[in-house]
Design a protein around this ligand. Sequence first.
Ligand SMILES: NC(=O)c1ccc[n+]([C@@H]2O[C@H](COP(=O)([O-])OP(=O)(O)OC[C@H]3O[C@@H](n4cnc5c(N)ncnc54)[C@H](OP(=O)(O)O)[C@@H]3O)[C@@H](O)[C@H]2O)c1
Length: 244
Amino acid sequence: MATYERALITGASSGLALWFAKRGTTVYAAARRADQLESLKALAPEKIIPFVLDVADADAAHDAVKQLDETCGGLDLVVANAGVGDEMKAEQLEWKRVRKVLDVNVMGATATLVGALPGMVKRKKGHLVGISSLAAFLALPRFGAYNASKTYLTAWLENLRLDVEQHGVNVTAIHPGFVKSEMTAKNTFSMPFLLETDDAAALMGRAIEGKRSFFSYPWPTAFVVWLATSLPRPLQRFIARRAT
Ligand SMILES: NC(=O)c1ccc[n+]([C@@H]2O[C@H](COP(=O)([O-])OP(=O)(O)OC[C@H]3O[C@@H](n4cnc5c(N)ncnc54)[C@H](OP(=O)(O)O)[C@@H]3O)[C@@H](O)[C@H]2O)c1
C-alpha cells in the first residue's frame, strides 16, 4: 500500500510527482503549463492528475488548494515545490523581478501549505513539505531575493512544526544543493556535486516517507555549507565574494 493516498505537488516537473505516482499515490500535479502536465500524466496515467495552478496569485492558490482538499477526499501530502530563481546584479535589481521571486517562493509556497492545513488538522493526519534550498543558509552575491525567500521558507516551516505536530500533522523542510532542472540549466557558473533529477527525487521522496523534519542533500554540499556558515561573518562575506 502507498504511504500516501492523495498528494498535491506544485512545480511538478521536478520528478517528485512521478516518484510518488509510481509508488501508488494519486498525485495532483500542479504547475502553470498544462501541456507539460499532460506529458507528465502520460508517464503514469492512472495516478497523475494535472492541476493547473499559478501559485504567484497566492490568494487564488490558497483557495484552490483548500477546495481540492475538501473535494478530493483529503490530501495527506502537500509539497510546496514550485519555485523561481533569478540572478540579479545590483544594476538589474528591479522591484518586478524581486517581487516575482517573493510571490512564488514565499507567498505561493505559504499559501499552498496553509490551504491544506485546516483539513489536515481536522483529520489529525497529514504531511506538509516545503522545498527550500541549501542557499537558505548562505548570503551570496546576485541571489539575495532567492536565498532570502528560502531562508523564510525554512524558518516558517520550523515554526509551523511546533504548532501542528501535536495535531498529527508532519512538517518537512528540504534543502537541495544543485540538481539538474530547467532552473539550473540557465546557470553559467560551475555547480559542484550536481545531481540527476531522478536521483534527487528519490532522495527527497525517501526523506518525506521517512517523515524527516529537516533534510539537506547531497551531503558534500550540505557539509561545505555547514562549514561556511560556522565561520565568522566577515570571513563568510570574503569567501562568498571570492567564490562567486
Ligand atoms: N534545481 C536545483 O538545483 C535546486 C536547488 C535548490 C532548491 N531548488 C528548489 O526546488 C524547487 C524546484 O526547482 P527546479 O529546479 O525543479 O525548478 P524548475 O526546473 O524551474 O521548475 C519549476 C517548477 O515550478 C513550476 N512553477 C514555476 N512558477 C510557478 C508558479 N507561479 N505557479 C505554479 N508553478 C510554478 C514550473 O512549472 P510551470 O512553469 O509550468 O509553472 C516547474 O514545474 C524550487 O523551489 C527550487 O527553488 C532547486
